[in-house]
Design a protein around this ligand. Structure first.
Ligand code: AFP
Length: 296
């Protein structure tokens, strides 16, 4: 049985980076326990103007406090915090996170997760510079899907609190699942054509409202998750720094692709921390198809 710590050791990852990954991953048990007492909405909105749940705030505060205490991280940026926080640490690492992605699904007990990206240096770097990215998924099992730039591995948290490997060298197959955000009546013609082509080819619609859970399905079965540019929201909904870049990094490491419809989002240098972007992510063939439609 390969456990997370051994995998990181064998991957030749720098000791401090290993410690940050393990420290955040080890918070999954406390996070799971906190769901039961945090089932409601809070009276606050985040920097993107979305109503927060008490669980969003709980996880954000919890991970931020743990990282502040660790001395392992210099800067942190969170989807749930307006500003970047700098700690008095000589560490070279910056952490970006969506503490609880898919939080509208908490009250219906569906699958949500924590998304994390780690950079060496500044936070506002293109996603291709990530040193590591991972997400914890709080589903039937707690799983950790991780890349330190050497492919993608999936671990499950066992009853001893140890992450044991389920799968290494995960590759996104070409598949026919698709899920798209945004109201159909607000989709733009190129996106509508993309979805119509998938449906005409027998594609199956799978969309839960939790990006991290929907991506995990695409990672395993193949297909595409999209949150496009719409008439009302030309920049889409998802956040480049907190959601798209870490998961995009994992998609590329698994042989898939990520795009804003026109080109690879991992090449974009973010202008601001809460920047939004349209996203298409999943099997390489699917992403080539949308880029072909846009660039025709
Ligand atoms: P949060 O729950 O972290 O705010 O994120 C939800 C999300 O960004 C993403 O996880 C979903 O795929 C998407 O929004 C759902 O949006 P719709 O409710 O518009 O479908």
């Amino acid at each position: 049985m390969t456990i997370l710590q051994k995998y990181l050791e064998n991957s030749g990852v720098c000791e401090d980076l290993c410690k940050i990954i393990v420290l955040i991953a080890d918070q999954a048990t406390s996070i799971r326990e906190a769901f039961i007492g945090n089932q409601s909405h809070a009276d606050s909105t985040n920097a993107s103007g979305e109503q927060q749940t008490t669980m969003d705030i709980w996880v954000d505060t919890h991970i931020t406090r743990i990282l502040a205490k660790s001395g392992l991280v210099h800067v942190i940026a969170s989807e749930e915090q307006d500003d970047i926080t700098t700690f008095s640490s000589s560490s070279k690492y910056s952490v970006v996170m969506d503490p609880l992605d898919g939080s509208s699904l908490i009250s219906v007990n569906m699958c949500v997760g924590t998304i994390v990206g780690i950079y060496n240096g500044d936070i506002l770097q293109p996603g291709k510079n990530l040193e590591a990215a991972f997400y914890m998924l709080y589903g039937l099992m707690t799983t950790l899907t991780l890349s330190v730039g050497r492919g993608v591995a999936i671990f499950a948290l066992n009853s001893d609190g140890v992450y044991q490997m389920l799968e290494d060298n995960v590759q996104i197959p070409e598949g026919n699942l698709y899920g798209s955000g945004g109201l159909r009546m607000e989709w733009l013609p190129k996106h509508s054509k993309f979805i119509a082509d998938i449906e005409a080819a027998g594609g199956k619609n799978r969309y839960s409202g939790s990006f991290v859970a929907d991506f995990h399905q695409v990672l395993k079965y193949g297909g595409v998750y999209a949150y496009p540019s719409t008439m009302k929201s030309p920049d889409g909904k998802l956040r480049l720094v907190f959601e798209v870049n870490p998961i995009g990094f994992l998609a590329i490491q698994a042989g898939g692709a990520v795009s804003n419809g026109v080109s690879n989002t991992l090449a974009i240098a973010p202008a601001k921390v809460h920047q939004r972007t349209p996203i298409y992510i999943g099997s390489r063939g699917m992403i080539e198809a949308i880029e072909k439609i846009h660039n025709a």
